[in-house]
Design a binder for this molecule. Structure first.
Ligand SMILES: Cc1cc2nc3c(=O)[nH]c(=O)nc-3n(C[C@H](O)[C@H](O)[C@H](O)COP(=O)(O)OP(=O)(O)OC[C@H]3O[C@@H](n4cnc5c(N)ncnc54)[C@H](O)[C@@H]3O)c2cc1C
Length: 456
């Protein structure tokens, strides 16, 4: 049987590889780096095992949970601290986010916790949402347009944009309304965006929008790797694919291995043959022919020594799970996660130390991150109290429509986030179906099976 080559061992590649092997494919995974998981990476910082990329999953739709159940690790699902994150507003003040909101969209624009962030005039403008007919804004192309039309610029820019940028690293004007599933549906039913938010939040009470895994999201990678090992799927590390075709891949040439004086253009990489499934960014051209975009996210994780005044103050008065930052303030970080407050398992592993993680659009120094943390958390954190400062940079693929041809999965086509990525990879494996020879054998012995497959 011909091999199926999965390019990329991020979460999309691991899921599609597992599902294909279960369908009878002979799978091999090719991964450019020395480890699997991609943006799901565990790093030990000051001896504390931490997620250096994704640290949670969206619970909406139950997709990830259902998959964790299939993998037998649903009992490791844990809730994060049940307290709203805070917002560092344009005014320079840091306040808790409105208690009942969705991506910053308030369910009660005139509530005191909304007025504290956006001011009274913007809050009153937000109330016009209640007077507008339901269809106003319902066909908006972006989340930004929807909020602007119903609640005005003030609520969009001062409240929704900082929250959305903290979560998706994009302004709401760059995101489709589908980032808030069910929102337009409820807007049309309730004739109000605020009431639609209230409805969605009633269906998903506070603290339940995201969940994590005890021990970190790295557990998911460990589990998938153990499964692939059990099914005899080889993963080749340090193998960078340069070119993909439906039936073969061309590997990148190792510049160190080229003969002296050879012209790089004339060197050809090794070829591997098989059915190709792409789960890595940058290898397939978008349908519109433009080159795919990539954006950098820079993280700085700080560990603060146990027993210091700073650690005590942080443990006693956490600002929820962390702080999101509006644009145009004195802080360059986009968001801060108080990791040891958010996750009980980190608190336990940190043994009295406090862990905070800041994210940036351009690389910060450890000292500027420390100063940002002081401002955002309202606590003095002297240099001497910081026992570790670990920088991590991620290049994330922008989303695009893939041209038909080679099967492709991963966040570049599914959209970012584990819920979308896992769901897409799973569905792609179902669409690919069993290997050609198996399908042929099936149809020769069981015509009903083939009819069913064609019908579906
Ligand atoms: C800092 C950060 C925080 C995040 N937080 C969350 C969160 O809390 N919740 C959430 O749901 N999502 C979160 N995400 C997003 C989530 O991690 C990603 O959407 C998801 O992990 C993407 O998986 P993927 O397999 O599509 O891509 P990747 O993880 O990028 O995997 C692609 C793989 O392909 C490999 N590869 C690349 N090029 C080649 C090549 N040419 N040849 C061979 N292999 C190649 C890469 O090395 C990598 O292993 C976060 C992302 C980041 C960066």
């Amino acid at each position: 049987m011909r091999e199926t080559l999965v390019v990329g061992a991020g979460i999309a590649g691991l899921v599609v590889a597992r599902e294909l092997v279960l369908q009878g494919h002979r799978v091999r995974v090719l991964e450019a780096e020395a480890n699997a998981g991609g943006q799901l990476l565990r790093k030990s910082i000051a001896g504390i095992p931490l997620d250096a990329g994704a640290e949670a999953f969206a619970t909406r739709g139950g997709t990830v949970r259902a998959y964790l159940e299939r993998l037998g690790i649903a009992d490791r699902v844990v809730a994060s601290l049940d307290a709203p994150a805070w917002l560092h507003a344009r005014t320079g003040t840091t306040v808790p986010l409105p208690a009942v909101s969705l991506l910053g969209i308030p369910s009660a624009p005139l509530a005191e916790d909304v007025v504290a962030v956006v001011g009274r005039t913007a809050a009153w403008r937000g109330m016009t949402d209640a007077l507008l007919p339901g269809p106003v804004g319902a066909k908006s192309a972006t989340l930004g347009e929807l909020v602007r039309r119903r609640m005005g610029d003030g609520i969009l820019e001062r409240l929704v944009a900082p929250v959305v940028e903290g979560i998706h690293s994009k302004h709401p004007d760059e995101l489709p309304v589908s980032v808030a599933p069910g929102l337009v549906h409820h807007l049309l039913r309730e004739n109000s965006l605020a009431r639609a938010v209230a409805r969605l939040r009633t269906d998903a009470p506070a603290g339940s929008l995201v969940a994590g895994l005890d021990g970190g999201m790295g557990m998911l990678v460990d589990t998938l790797l153990a499964e692939l090992d059990r099914y005899g799927v080889p993963i080749e590390y340090g193998v960078r694919v340069a070119e993909v075709h439906a039936d073969r891949v061309v590997l990148a040439v190792d510049p160190g291995a080229s003969p002296a004086g050879a012209d790089a253009d004339e060197l050809e990489g090794d070829v591997r043959e098989g059915l190709v499934v792409v789960a890595a960014p940058g290898l397939v051209t978008p349908a519109d022919g433009r080159s795919a975009t990539r954006t950098a996210t820079h993280l700085m994780t700080l560990v603060i020594e146990a027993g210091t005044d700073a650690a005590r103050a942080l443990a006693e008065n956490p600002r929820g799970t962390g702080v999101l930052v509006a644009r145009g303030t004195d802080v360059t970080a986009r968001a801060l996660t108080h990791v040891s407050a958010k996750w009980a398992w980190v608190r336990e592993a940190a043994a009295g130390r406090e862990v905070v993680r800041l994210s940036y659009e351009s690389a910060p120094s450890a000292d500027s991150a420390r100063r940002d943390a002081e401002l955002l958390l309202g606590v003095s954190i002297p240099e001497a109290a910081v026992v570790a400062a670990e920088a991590t940079t991620w290049l994330r693929a922008g989303r695009f429509e893939a041209a038909p041809g080679i099967p492709i999965t991963g966040e570049q086509v599914s959209g970012t986030g584990l819920a979308s990525v896992i769901d897409h990879a799973h569905r792609l494996a179902e669409i690919i179906g069993p290997p050609a020879s198996e399908a042929a054998a099936d149809s020769s012995t069981d015509p009903a099976a083939s009819t069913e497959r064609t019908a579906s």
